[in-house]
Design a protein around this ligand. Sequence first.
Ligand code: PRX
Length: 635
Amino acid sequence: MAFQIHSLGGYLHEYQKSVADPEGFWEDIASTFFWRKRWDKVLDWNFEGPDVKWFINGKLNITENIFERRLYTHGDQTAIIWEPNDPKEPSTRITYKELYEKVCNFANVLLNNGVKKGDRVAIYMPMIPEAAIAMLACARIGAVHSVVFAGFSATSLADRINDAGVNTVLTTDGAYRGAKPLSIKPIVDEALEKCSSVNKVIVFKRTSEEVQMKNGRDVWWHEETAKVSSENKAEVMDSEDMLFILYTSGSTGKPKGVVHTTGGYMVYSSYTFRNVFQYEDGDVFWCTADVGWITGHSYIVYGPLLSGATVVMFEGIPTYPDAGRFWQVIDKHKVNQFYTAPTAIRSLQAFGNDFITPYDLSSLKLLGSVGEPINEEAWRWYHTFIGKGRVPIVDTWWQTETGGILISPIAGVTPTKPAFATLPLPGVQPIIVDAEGKELKGNGVEGNLCIKFPWPSMLRTTYGDHERCRQTYFSTYKNLYFTGDGVKRDEDGYYRILGRVDDVINVSGHRLGTAEIENAINEHTLVIESAVVGYPHDIKGQGIYAYVICEDLAKNQRTEKVLVNEIIETVSKIIGPIAKPDKIMLVSGLPKTRSGKIMRRILRKIAEGDGSNLGDTTTLLNPEIVDEIKVKAGL
Ligand code: PRX
């Protein structure tokens, strides 16, 4: 590949070029793609609006860059190896040519069902190839996909559908994940009771469980695909046309719809895929993320398929039928690059190495980590027992908003260091600032991580609310994109991500706003007020700790245990099981400042099991409450 970096010198050279002449740098890379019309100008930007545009007036279709660009040379190559949940069910292989036909066919289904360019389509599906086909079919006709992780509740799904004004939902009857099948369609039905904009639901049959089909609204995927051909002419899109919306949590309010556009996202997801993972033609790449998250978008679907790669898509979970499943799949499909989350690594480490021994992992050339800080112990275990001390680990730092990896080693090319994301990729200009926004120059510094220059796949807006985008990312520090992460640059100039500095917590690599969880807890009729903080958790990275003030229990015929369970159920119902609190403490008050602000710092310390360094509590409105909480926490 023209833009693949192969040496440390090459990296340094490319990096310098990308900073000295960002436009020339990205123009060279963008030129390797297929454009219906070349751009007039590479970049226009300001971070005040913000207003960022890449490859201005360029016309293209991203799926033509996956398919038409390569069909002559790559048509018979495997695009997707699908590994089902049940190891006894055969895996399937889909070539680029077959995938192309399926995508075109489903694009015609969408058109036939009234979906038009610019319409928003929600995808609420498990990890089956049809989820990728659905995304690509939307891109083919210029519809904007909004994939919602199929573990989210009906309420969460409804909120996302309503925010984006979705008119079509793509889903399945059920799903297989682990030991028992899960219902999917009934969740969609429940969500749609609250969504007036949706007029079509297309249902793929996966489990064949019986589901209700609403007349005039719900149709079967297999019946619809049989009605239309597999030939489809791609819609010509503008470089800055929306490609997808993906909802993510922040420190305030409901999740926001991060908007990614076509041209820049295409260039950056493909560039980073090729480089970070050093993918060579013929390799088998496996990213274990769900397509419901940005990692699945960029490194299962777009980045790899744009690069003509063979990807493994896995329907199941790491511990079914046992904790050796990942290693069995690596052995079975001779996986070369394996990309997963620290939570999975830590939990599999806890199961012990006997689950690894039966499998041959010698095909591996690289291991990757994403989604949360990886602690040194997990890094070393991964390196020693999975990589056999032989293969590099890329600890890749990025976000839903960044669209692709920003800080990471380039496998085998730039140095690695346990628990460090190390160096920015070419085109990425990080800057560390203190609380006042003053740049902390040089090495051996710690502060807030910002980016000072645009990169092609950065978010353009938050759907329907540009001001929220400005406020959240571009108003904290003038002319900088603020990531929300704390970071350290060590004496060697390597970056280590320290975790969020805002009210966002990262539970098993899933990003959740504490306010969002509090709002869900407060939905319980007996809850008066709540405060949620994160605390260190051995497996999940961070756990969820909720302090809750509630009505009189005896009067309401509840024991503490019953109420706690009800609260957990409420959160699960409103957000989804991933947001269930790990610990709930019922308290009679919350520590507050005189202006009524909850002192989360104190609650965080107590949740960490540290009752000593709470600072001056005498200025609080209710200092006595701190002692009560400490006693309850056993401190
Ligand atoms: O805190 C950082 C953490 O995950 C956040 C982004 O979450 P999300 O948008 O859900 O995307 C996750 C997958 C890209 C970041 O603000 N994070 C992500 N990768 C790393 C990380 N923290 C430390 N090290 C990483 N490699």
